[in-house]
Design a protein. Structure first.
Length: 209
């Protein structure tokens, strides 16, 4: 289920989690309490870790079949049900639904992956989670955060562009197209969940054109 690694000339890709059946749902904004859900893909779900040999830059991605999106410490993964998760980035919200045949040990393994590679939160109650998710997200990502607006075609177009961009960057890591000159490193002080400054530092990478 985990740990499969593939070597490439300029880096490696490791399947740190995979499961053969899941549904990817796009959550769209509506009027008032109206909610719109579009099942975008159904099939194998995988979390991949890409590591570039020259720069040691890492990128973590999620995918259901050919639809990919990034997983990072400045994006949110939220457990909203027994086998349900939401992924939140600026302007995007995805839902991931695992089937009943997915046992608790597997879900717990996935939860640990999200704890390590994303800003992870678990909700206590799975009912009416949309307002709760939005409130958590605005608190973490700021008041400028908002869900996708517009019709279904506009929303899906943004999802497709996000998937394409994720693939381009991950391929650049493995093919050597991403050079050290393209990467700028920022060292920042980290804060814990209690908002107390700690001495730990973290390196953030910005890819320059």
């Amino acid at each position: 289920m985990t740990g499969t690694r593939r070597d490439h000339p300029h880096g490696t890709v490791t399947d740190i989690f995979n499961f053969d059946c899941a549904s990817l749902i796009v959550m769209e904004i509506g009027q008032g309490d109206e909610q719109s859900f579009t099942v975008l893909r159904a099939g194998a779900f995988v979390v991949n870790l890409y590591v570039q040999a020259m720069t040691h830059v890492m990128m973590t991605t999620c995918a259901v079949r050919d639809a990919q999106w990034p997983l990072s410490r400045d994006s949110m993964a939220i457990r909203v049900g027994e086998r349900s998760f939401a992924f939140v980035m600026l302007g995007l919200m995805y839902g991931l639904q695992l089937p009943p045949l997915c046992d608790e040990d597997t879900v717990d393994t996935l939860e640990r992956v999200f704890m390590k590679f994303s800003h992870y939160t678990a909700l206590d109650n799975g009912e009416n989670v949309r307002p709760v998710v939005e409130n958590i997200t605005r608190g973490k990502l700021g008041n400028n955060w908002r869900l996708m607006e517009g019709n279904e075609a506009t929303s899906l177009s943004k999802v497709i562009r996000t998937s394409a961009t994720t693939k381009i960057v991950s391929n650049a890591i493995l093919t050597g197209f991403l050079k050290p000159v393209h990467v700028e490193t920022f060292i920042v002080k980290m804060k814990d969940q209690g908002r107390r400054d700690v001495d730990a530092e973290d390196a953030l990478y910005s890819i320059q054109p």
